[in-house]
Design a protein around this ligand. Structure first.
Ligand code: GLN
Length: 498
C-alpha cells in the first residue's frame, strides 16, 4: 500500500473492513516519518507513544462499531494548536518547551471522532511568513523539489500531506497560510469562513483574520475534516452559530447536476497584478477553460480595492499581533531570560532572546501603528479600507457564485531567494489576503505544474458560509484533472515521489 496516495475516505474503508488496524497504519506512518523526515523537515514534534495510544483507542472504537470517517486516521497538526500534554512551540524559541494543559477545540473534536494526532508540524514563527523560513528550528523543504520552500506558514502540514507523512492535516490561515502552501505542494487547502471553526486553543496571530482549516490529498477529505471541526463553540465568542450542513452532501449533488448553472467571476484587477509568472498565468487560463468545459459560466467582475489589500493587511495583522504577543513576557509562559536582575530588563531580554527577526519586525510595526496619535491614521484607516474590500465582495456575489484566481503569483521559490526581502514576500500574498480581509472562505486545489515541475494551484472563493460551493466546484475541477492525468501524461494529479 502506497502511503503517499492513501486518502482519508480510502483508509477509513480499509479500517472499517478490518483490512488493517489503526495501530498498524499509524506505525507505518511513524516509520516513514522516521526514515524520511530528516530530508523534508515537516515535523517539529513526533511522540510515538502518544500516537500509538490514540491508535489503540481508535481500534477499540472501530471494533465496537462506533467508527466515523476519521476514526483511526493519522492526522498532523500545525504546531500553533494547543495539544494537551504535547509540546506546542508555535515555531518560536519563546515557547520551545511549552506544554499546554488543554486541547484546542479542533483537537478535541478530532479526538472525539477517534482521529490519531500523529505529530506537530513546522511553521513560520507564530504563523508570520510565506515560506517556513521563519522557523527557528529547521527549514522545511518542498517534497516536489527540495531546493524550494513548501510555502507558509502552514508549510510543515502541506509538506507532510504531500510527502505521505500523514493522511490529512490541519493548518491555519490568516492571510493565505493554508491555501498558499497547499498550492506549492499540490495538495488541497481550505480556509473556512471566519467564525465557522472555533479558534479556542489556537495561539493567536491576528485575531480578526485567523481561521483553522484542513490540508488534504483531495477535496472529499477536506469536506470530511470540515464536517468534524465546524460549528459554534462556547469557548470562542467569535465562532458563529450558523447551521453546519453535511459537507459530504455536495458530492451527491455533483453526481446529479455537475457544475451546470454555476457562475465563476474572474476579477479583472487580478489579471493585471505585476510579476505574475507565465506558468501561473498559463495554468490559470487552462483552469478557467476547464471550468467552462464543465458547464460553469465565466464572467468578468471587479474588485476595485484590490490594490490596497496588501497595505491594509500589513497594518491590521501586525497591530493585532503586537497586542496578542504582549503576553509572552517571561512571566506567564515559556522562556524567561536569565540575563537580568530587574523586571524591565527581564521583559526586554526575554523578548530579545525568544522572538525571531520577522516577529520583532511586526511587533515594532504594530506597536508603532497603535501608539497614541497614530491609531486613526493607521489601524483605523486600514479598518476602513477593509470595509471597502468587504463591500467589494458583497457586491460581486450578486453576479457570481464563486470567484477564481491564482493562489500565488509564482510557484514555490527557492530557499533563501526572498528571505532578506520582506516586501517581495509580503507582495506575494496578493491573491490570498482578500479572503481573510472579507471573512469569506477560500480553497486551493491542484491545477497543474510549472515547466520546472513545481505545483500550481487554483484558488476558489465563495460567499460567507458557502463552503459547499467551494467543495462542489473544487471537486468537479479535481475530477476532471484526475481523469486527464489517468489517460494522458498530464502532470497534474500525480503523486510526489520522495
Ligand atoms: N504570509 C502572510 C503573513 O505573513 C499570511 C500568514 C498566515 O496566513 N498565517 O502574514
Amino acid at each position: 500500500m502506497n502511503l503517499q496516495e492513501l486518502t482519508i475516505h480510502e483508509l477509513s474503508k480499509l479500517l472499517k473492513d478490518s483490512e488493517i488496524t489503526s495501530e498498524e497504519i499509524t506505525k507505518q506512518y511513524l516509520d516513514r516519518i522516521e526514515k524520511y523526515d530528516n530530508e523534508i523537515g515537516a515535523y517539529i514534534t513526533i511522540d510515538r507513544e502518544y500516537a500509538l495510544k490514540q491508535a489503540k483507542k481508535a481500534d477499540k472504537m472501530i471494533s465496537k462499531g462506533n467508527a466515523s470517517y476519521l476514526t483511526g486516521v493519522p492526522i498532523a497538526v500545525k504546531d500553533l494548536l494547543c495539544t494537551k500534554g504535547v509540546k506546542t512551540t508555535c515555531g518560536s524559541k519563546i515557547l520551545e518547551n511549552f506544554v499546554p494543559e488543554y486541547d484546542a477545540t479542533v483537537i478535541s473534536l478530532l479526538k472525539n471522532q477517534g482521529a490519531v494526532i500523529i505529530g506537530k508540524t513546522n511553521l513560520d514563527e507564530f504563523a508570520m511568513g510565506s515560506s517556513n523560513e521563519n522557523s527557528p528550528f529547521h527549514l522545511t523543504k518542498n517534497p516536489w523539489n527540495k531546493e524550494h520552500v513548501p510555502g507558509g506558514s502552514s508549510g510543515g502540514s502541506a509538506a507532510a500531506v504531500a510527502a505521505g507523512f500523514c493522511v490529512g492535516a490541519l493548518g491555519t490561515d490568516t492571510g493565505g497560510s493554508i491555501r498558499q502552501p497547499a498550492s506549492h505542494c499540490s495538495v488541497v487547502g481550505l480556509k473556512p469562513t471566519y467564525g465557522r471553526v472555533s479558534r479556542f486553543g489556537l495561539v493567536s496571530y491576528a485575531s480578526s483574520l485567523d481561521q483553522i482549516g484542513p490540508i488534504t490529498k483531495d477535496v472529499k477529505d477536506a469536506a470530511i475534516i470540515l464536517n468534524c471541526i465546524s460549528g459554534k463553540d462556547l469557548k470562542d465568542s467569535t465562532s458563529i452559530d450558523v447551521d453546519v450542513p453535511d459537507y459530504m452532501s455536495v458530492f451527491d449533488e455533483f453526481e446529479k447536476t455537475g457544475l451546470k448553472g454555476m457562475t465563476a467571476g474572474v476579477p479583472k484587477e487580478y489579471l493585471s497584478v505585476e510579476g505574475i509568472d507565465p506558468d501561473v498565468q498559463r495554468v490559470f487560463l487552462e483552469s478557467k477553460k476547464r471550468l467552462e468545459d464543465l458547464g460553469v459560466k465565466i464572467v468578468e467582475i471587479s474588485l476595485p480595492h484590490t490594490e490596497y489589500v496588501v497595505a491594509a493587511y500589513y497594518i491590521i495583522a501586525p497591530c493585532e499581533a503586537s497586542s496578542n504577543l504582549a503576553r509572552f513576557d517571561g512571566v506567564r509562559y515559556g522562556h524567561r531570560s536569565k540575563e537580568s536582575d530587574e523586571l524591565i530588563d527581564m521583559y526586554k531580554n526575554t523578548k530579545h532572546e525568544g522572538f525571531g527577526e520577522e516577529v520583532k519586525r511586526r511587533i515594532i510595526i504594530g506597536t508603532y501603528a497603535l501608539s497614541a496619535g497614530y491609531y486613526d491614521e493607521y489601524y483605523g484607516r486600514a479598518s476602513k479600507v477593509r470595509s471597502l474590500i468587504m463591500n467589494d465582495f458583497t457586491q460581486v456575489f450578486n453576479e457570481c457564485d464563486i470567484i477564481i484566481s491564482p493562489v500565488a503569483p509564482t510557484p514555490a521559490f527557492k530557499i533563501g531567494e526572498n528571505r532578506d526581502d520582506p516586501l517581495t514576500m509580503y507582495l506575494s500574498d496578493i491573491f490570498t489576503l482578500s479572503a481573510n480581509m472579507a471573512s469569506v472562505p477560500g480553497l486551493s486545489v491542484p491545477a497543474g505544474f510549472s515547466s520546472k515541475g513545481l505545483p500550481i494551484g487554483l484558488q476558489i472563493m465563495a460567499q460567507r458560509f458557502d463552503e459547499k460551493s467551494l467543495l462542489k466546484s473544487g471537486f468537479g475541477f479535481e475530477k476532471s484533472i484526475l481523469a486527464e492525468a489517468a489517460d494522458s501524461s498530464g502532470p497534474a494529479g500525480k503523486f510526489c515521489e520522495l
